[in-house]
Design a protein around this ligand. Structure first.
Ligand code: PLZ
Length: 437
């Protein structure tokens, strides 16, 4: 199971039959990128129910960074499931939760005293970061940025920027959430980081007032919004302003965390030390787990019993997280992410050199994207992104799109994928671009 292999057309007959059942049983609001049902997955290959082997450049949206069946994760979860599945940490605690908290306190940026609380999803952790920041500052307002994505619950929908498909028809949204302009070098005339930060801060001071602001929440590299990497200096300037203004600086590292970007956390690249850091996705090898980690005095501002949930820090998810973190450390996956960056950027730059539709190649580590545009400018071309993705899907490569304009192809392979699989996948992408000239 280590190469791309198509034994039926895609989707094959079993996937087609399952898709009919899905349509009859599952709410239409729950979409799928590909009409292909999974049977097994690991190390960059997904085997579908018809026996086709697809190359995985999505990792289930940046989750299975250690692989979708990493041996340490499988063993740890198997052992834990036989011991006990759940007690509820708020009722009778267990050591796995504490061990994950200790790991997060040690691994996240900054050597100050920290505390951690565990939750289930990225959105739930973002919500709790806001709760904690409000309890600490006794202020209400939250600022987020253009192109931000923070989740699909009501508060996080208020924080997410894009209307369709996320927000449309689902309002009204939680109040006291304000949006500031970010840094998008490809589309803001290469405004430098300091200037982009000054623009945002000016707007925040004029429209909200620092005294009213509990938290500034930002993705160090924006994910769903288009893998937008801010200009150097942007994040440090915002963090410094927050510190001077008593505003809690929250890094949403749900997508960028845990080795994905070639650093353990993306904030590290510019030595940004967030007051609170939100993690999920890559933390637990595919099991649902999320966390808020940060300065002890901020984390402890929420009263006892104020934070929690039935499943937060579930024992299986904690066992998986400890095993996933060990895998990242033992297998050198931070360094591997950096190697993946070199390979993918080399392939994409070569394509971009002879194809003006590849407007911008960007990202870090195993979080790389190409923004597709119409020739002769930078007008977004979402149709090309859709066509290329569909061609890849039909040829056995799982690839995702993203971006406010839907025109970004993004690559998020598991960090355990081989160079051979990556090269094969990018051969298919080159063919896809050629086929849609
Ligand atoms: N913050 C930065 O990327 C989740 C969502 C896909 P949950 N991104 C994938 C979709 O269409 O729903 C995400 C993120 C950042 C928060 C979240 C939310 O994490 O675990 O999906 O709630």
């Amino acid at each position: 199971m280590n190469k791309r292999l198509l034994v039926t057309e895609l989707p094959g007959p079993r996937s087609r039959a399952l898709m009919e059942r899905k349509t009859s049983a599952v709410a239409d609001g729950v979409g799928t990128t590909m009409p292909v049902f999974a049977a097994r997955a690991g190390d960059g290959i997904l085997v579908d129910v018809d026996g086709n082997q697809l190359i995985d450049l999505g990792s289930g949206i940046a989750v299975t960074s250690v692989g979708a069946s990493a041996p340490r994760v499988v063993a740890a979860v198997t052992e834990q499931v036989a011991a006990f599945t759940h007690t509820c940490f708020m009722v009778t605690p267990y050591d796995g939760y504490v061990a994950v908290a200790e790991k997060l306190n040690a691994l996240t940026p900054g050597d100050h005293e920290k505390r951690t609380a565990l939750f289930n999803s990225g959105a739930e952790a973002v919500e709790n970061a806001v709760k904690i920041a409000r309890a600490y500052t006794r202020r209400d307002a939250v600022v987020v940025f253009d192109h931000a994505y923070h989740g699909r619950t009501n508060l996080t929908l208020a924080m997410t920027a894009k209307n369709k498909p996320y927000k449309h028809t689902f309002g009204p949204f939680a109040p006291e959430v304000y949006r500031a302009p970010g840094s998008y070098p490809y589309r803001d005339g290469n405004l430098d980081g300091a200037a982009a930060a000054a623009r945002a801060i000016d707007q925040i001071e004029k429209q909200i007032g620092a005294d009213n602001l509990a938290a500034l929440v930002i993705e160090p590299i924006q994910g769903e919004g288009g893998f937008i990497e801010p200009a150097p200096g942007f994040l440090p300037a915002l963090a410094a302003w927050c510190r001077a203004s008593g505003v809690v600086f929250v890094a949403d590292e749900v997508q960028t965390g845990f080795a994905r970007t070639g650093d353990l956390f993306a904030s590290e690249r510019e030595n940004v030390v967030p007051d609170l850091i939100v993690t999920a996705k890559g933390i637990a090898g595919g099991l649902p787990l999320s966390a808020v980690t940060g300065r002890a005095e901020i984390m402890n501002a929420a009263h006892e019993g104020g934070l929690g949930g039935t499943y937060g820090g579930n024992p299986l998810a904690c066992a998986a997280a400890l095993a996933a973190i060990e895998t990242i450390e033992e297998e050198g996956l931070v360094a591997r992410a950096a190697k993946i960056e070199t390979l993918i950027k080399e392939r994409l730059s070569r394509l971009a050199a002879q194809d003006v539709r590849l407007g911008d190649v960007r990202g870090r580590g195993a979080m790389i994207a190409v923004e597709l545009v119409r020739p002769g400018g930078n007008e977004p071309d979402p149709r090309l992104a859709r066509d290329v993705a569909r061609f890849a899907h039909q040829h056995g490569v799982i690839v995702l799109t993203c971006g406010t304009y839907g025109n970004v192809l993004r690559f998020l392979p598991p960090l355990t994928i081989s160079d051979e699989l990556l090269n094969d996948a990018f051969d298919v992408l080159a063919e896809a671009l050629e086929a849609h000239r």
